[in-house]
Ligand binder design. Structure first.
Ligand SMILES: Nc1ncnc2c1ncn2[C@@H]1O[C@H](COP(=O)(O)OP(=O)(O)O)[C@@H](O)[C@H]1O
Ligand SMILES: [Mg+2]
Length: 427
């Protein structure tokens, strides 16, 4: 069993609690008043979003200052006897000389308040009135009516989301300790998605680490990690389940990918989503039409045509469905995008070479791809002497040269063939 990192890296001292300086300060002054024998209030209510260190602060403080921490579960508050047994005894002990100091921790108080019989609430109030030791209550949302009377008895200490930068640097520290190689882009993505919840950020990092000791942007994409991917999925659901053009069209409103990438997502998912052949035929017809527009948009940079392409590919597909779907069918990552990802390095090399040919020969990179590259590649492969000259003339780098010659490595050769220009270059 691997230890959850959230536990492994739970702060052991108050100084290790990151962010929320004001809350920490308020808690320290409250505890200070206890240490001096004149508590400001007998309980403190630490509240705020999850995963920001509320529980951790109480635990770290108790550890550091040698308090025995008595944790009381939400369910224990159901019966008054149980409460008395726990809290009562905790209070008693505290009054005996020579005993260790005690602190009572009641986590997830809002859970108690939400229970059918909120019988636990009066019990807590009772405990706060009688206690001789500090009681720390923790809640995400302290504003329910049922907690009103408790709020009055407590030092209210608010926790806030943890700043992205702090989360990133904390994650970086964990990476170092775990021997994990992790790009800043990854840490940023994790921090962003956590929404200031450090617990979920650490959990995500641990999950990503299962993919291997090195995590980069492509790992994130492969794992469907980025929010962007989630967004795409929900847009797809909308396209395939809308009943009207307008509704399906609206799916692209907040989409951050460009329409012709989204086109690929729709195209690749249509066969699974539309199980009825007649539905699929109609949808493919619309997609073919949209594709014509995209071709024209790309060729002539006529962006205005998007206003036809997009409703056709979304609304058209939506209207194609005459049969109602049977349950949910999973969406998949488009094959073309996966391939593009896998061949990214090669495409970069190709584009670099095309750019150099284009500028040396005063031609477009499209022409460079169709009329020069195949020959250049042939000559480089077969005529060592000319190859040297050409390499110098075109100022090709070593990786570019080996891309063109397909050496070393057999798979390179295959990929040169595969990328021989049949279609437009992506430049
Ligand atoms: N402010 C913080 N400083 C350091 N670690 C934190 C902090 N907040 C959360 N964590 C990490 O997340 C885990 C859960 O935090 P916790 O204190 O239980 O959050 P909360 O009680 O606010 O929901 C901790 O074990 C720790 O690993
Ligand atoms: Mg907690």
């Amino acid at each position: 069993m691997t230890v959850p990192w959230v536990e492994k890296y739970r702060p052991k001292r108050v100084s290790e609690v990151i962010g929320n300086k004001e809350a920490v300060q308020a808690f320290l002054s409250w505890m200070d008043s206890w240490e001096k024998g004149k508590p400001l209030k007998k309980a403190a209510l630490l509240y705020g979003p999850p995963g920001v260190g509320k529980t951790s602060l109480a635990i770290a403080y108790a550890k550091e200052k040698g308090y025995d921490l008595v944790e009381v579960n939400a369910s224990d508050w159901r019966t008054a006897e149980k409460v008395k047994a726990i809290v009562g005894s905790a209070c008693e002990y505290a009054t005996l000389d020579g005993m260790r100091k005690r602190m009572i921790l009641v986590d997830e108080v809002d859970g108690i308040a939400g229970q059918e019989d909120a019988g636990g609430i009066p019990a807590i109030r009772d405990a706060i009135e009688k206690t001789k030791v500090p009681i720390v209550l923790v809640a995400n949302n302290p504003w329910s009516q049922r907690l009103a009377t408790i709020r009055d008895m407590c030092e209210m200490i608010e926790f806030k989301h943890i700043h992205k930068q702090l989360i990133m640097s904390h994650l970086r520290k964990i990476c170092t300790l775990e021997g994990l190689e992790c790009g800043d882009d990854v840490l940023k993505a994790v921090a962003e998605r956590s929404n200031g919840d450090l617990r979920s950020a650490i959990n995500d990092l641990q999950a990503l680490a299962m993919a291997g000791p090195r995590i980069d942007g492509s790992t994130l994409v492969a794992l469907g990690y980025r929010d962007r991917v989630k967004e795409i999925f929900s847009a797809l659901v909308q396209v395939f389940q809308s009943k009207t053009v307008k509704e399906a069209w609206a799916s692209t409103e907040n989409l951050e990918i460009d329409p012709d990438s989204f086109f690929n997502w729709i195209l690749d998912n249509a066969p699974q989503q539309l199980s009825d052949p007649a539905d699929l035929e109609r949808a493919m017809d619309f997609l073919a039409r949209a594709d014509l527009y995209f071709a024209r948009i790309r060729r002539m940079q006529r962006w205005g045509l998007l206003r036809y392409a997009v409703p056709i590919m979304t609304g058209g597909v939506a209207l194609s469905r005459k049969k109602t779907p049977k349950g949910f069918v999973k969406f998949s990552f488009p094959h073309r995008i996966r391939t593009l990802q896998a061949t990214k390095r090669e495409r970069e090399l190709r584009e670099g070479v095309l750019g150099k040919i284009a500028s040396k020969c005063h031609m477009s990179s499209y022409k460079a791809g169709t009329e020069m590259l195949p020959f250049l590649s042939f000559i480089l492969k077969n005529d060592g002497h000319a190859a040297k000259e050409l390499k110098r003339f075109f100022e090709l780098s070593d990786p570019e040269e080996s891309y063109l010659t397909g050496k070393p490595g057999e798979e390179k050769e295959a990929s040169v063939k595969a990328t021989k220009p049949k279609k437009r270059p992506s430049a």
